[in-house]
Design a protein around this ligand. Sequence first.
Ligand SMILES: C[S@@+](CC[C@H](N)C(=O)[O-])C[C@H]1O[C@@H](n2cnc3c(N)ncnc32)[C@H](O)[C@@H]1O
Length: 270
Amino acid sequence: MKTYKPGEYWEQRLSQDFDLSGVGHKGLSLDYNIQLYNRRLEVLKSRLSQAKIDISQSRVLEIGCGNGFYTQFFTQHQVREYVGIDITSVSIDNLQQQFPDHRFVCADISELDVSHLEGKFDIVFAADVMFHIVDDEKFKAVIRNVACVLRSGGLLIISDILPQETTQTALHVRLRSKSEYSRLFQENGLTIRYIEPIFVIAHPSPTYGHHLLWNVITIFWKSLLRVKFKRWLIVDSMICRLLLWLDRKFLCPKYGQKTPNSKYIFAYKQ
Ligand SMILES: C[S@@+](CC[C@H](N)C(=O)[O-])C[C@H]1O[C@@H](n2cnc3c(N)ncnc32)[C@H](O)[C@@H]1O
């Protein structure tokens, strides 16, 4: 029987492609993934600015820093200190070379002894990482670790899908519901303040939902991925632009909270 070994899985993916297709969606082209990452950044910046959160001068811990997309973001915002953790040596070695002033740690966040991180953080950030912690006990350990390293009043930002019920959609993907997050957060002194939708249809829908229309969208995405549409180059890029426009203008504001697709969750430590 096949099992998911996170270290091996990510070492292999990131060694093959140390770019946004290595960390992004495998079924999409590099150009499509780049456009999705730009949208992620746009939503993150907009929520930070609306909530008047100034991240400069913060001590930041990023979990699952991957190819450094967000390392770049935090560096540009002149955070006081940045520590990146990833389970792969390919990520840590490359990023340590690119960003010699930051600290990078190669570790599995569910097994890390957090006292090695020396002190508390103002911000803990984990984008598209939590749903790759498929083991429930390890997931609880990660939330405990995160709560433990955040200072009182500190901010946790994660991105996840939040379907109505917790579901495993692949060997390496387990999507937790909002109620599961809320329960674990509460047990660890964390309170959700904002949930900011990133995609409704521009990112392949990861799971079926409770509405017929959503299930039609999921079937549409499954069909596109099955015909390997990432090889259609210009068409793939045009589809991406159109879907992103729909998300930005109409779908995220109207349906983003309810549909099971990417969102940023902002939670504070009490
Ligand atoms: C989908 S990628 C996202 C990377 C980056 N956060 C981004 O949004 O571009 C998941 C990342 O988490 C890392 N990762 C997965 N499981 C991990 C674990 N248990 N501990 C630390 N890092 C992990 C992987 O190596 C990979 O770099």
